[in-house]
Design a protein around this ligand. Structure first.
Ligand code: PMP
Length: 286
């Protein structure tokens, strides 16, 4: 495996960063997860734009242009011969002193890993996923905004642990107002009376790239969409529910906190959107 580290393709063993890197010491950095379909990096520009926006929000200046980042990503995928896989792009603050002051760091580290991908089990796409609501609320947007895809994922990890303990592979997170936010690594959608609904970015969520693609595909297919406030009751009485994410794509949800969603089977519009999404992955150019 060849890893891209600061523009150089090196072996796994040579791909190392300092123990003084603030990415490690403080989770001070940003990242992206991107899919590769048929050798093409899917929605790469959208992911790179989000990476640079995350970096800007934390006052991290990425030392290369976004065009160079796009090229380096494509080169890393090609160097590893990845047909269908996953790219992890990481930019850390770089090594510094033992202290939070970003002025005492230098040389942000740019890491690009192109690998194969582990998906949710096929059974989940067939029969749907069970979900629980975690007691851990999503980060307050005025504390550490979820819009920033930062290296500090403890908020999500704490909720994920609750899901794992309850025997689910994902967990729903509410925001500080008790409204539906998102899952630990996926956005959430429901269908109610033919309308596709999902929380808006101001619910304090990551604005998922798969989320945005699914909203677009739904509108093109004539399905009305709403980005709106949702509470758990809306979810319990939904006709259909699904999650979206780069790794997950579109995954049906059939129960939440022990309440059956709809008839307890993946719904017809969910299935249709999954098909439309698969078709989109084959159609879209890098
Ligand atoms: N929410 C969170 C917290 C995430 O980490 C992710 C990405 N795994 C998503 C939503 C989905 O975003 P995307 O579709 O851009 O992968």
């Amino acid at each position: 495996m060849k890893i891209s580290l600061n523009g150089q393709l090196v072996g796994k063993e040579q791909a190392v960063v300092s123990v003084f890197d603030h990415g490690l010491l403080y989770g001070d950095g940003v990242f992206e997860g991107i899919r590769v379909y048929g050798g093409k990096v899917f929605l790469l520009k959208d992911h790179i734009d989000r990476l640079y926006e995350s970096a800007k929000a934390i006052r991290l200046e990425i030392p290369i242009s976004s065009a160079a980042m796009i090229q380096a990503t494509k080169d890393t995928v090609a160097a590893n011969g990845i047909g269908d896989g996953y790219v992890r792009l990481v930019v850390t603050r770089g090594a510094g002193s033992l202290g939070l002051d970003i002025r005492r760091t230098s040389h942000p580290q740019i890491i690009i890993i192109a690998d194969t991908i582990t998906l949710y089990p096929a059974e989940i796409y067939e029969n749907g996923m069970n979900l629980i609501t975690a007691s851990t609320i999503r980060n307050h947007p005025a504390a550490c905004p979820a819009r920033i895809k930062s290296l500090n994922y403890l908020n999500n990890i704490l909720a994920k642990i609750e899901g794992t303990d309850a025997g689910t592979v994902e967990a729903l997170m509410l925001n500080h107002k008790g409204e539906v936010a998102e899952c630990t690594g996926d956005n959430i959608f429901i269908l109610k009376n033919g309308v596709l609904k999902t929380p808006s970015p101001d619910a304090g969520i990551l604005e998922g790239i798969t989320r945005n693609a699914v909203l677009r595909l739904a509108r093109e297919a004539g399905i009305p969409t709403q980005e709106t406030t949702l509470i758990r009751h809306d979810l319990y009485v939904a006709d259909e529910m699904f999650l979206t994410g780069t790794a997950a794509e579109v995954v049906p949800v059939v129960s939440l906190d022990g309440r059956k969603i709809g008839d307890g089977k993946p719904g017809p519009i969910t299935r249709r959107l999954l098909e439309l999404f698969h078709e989109f992955t084959r159609r879209v150019d890098a």
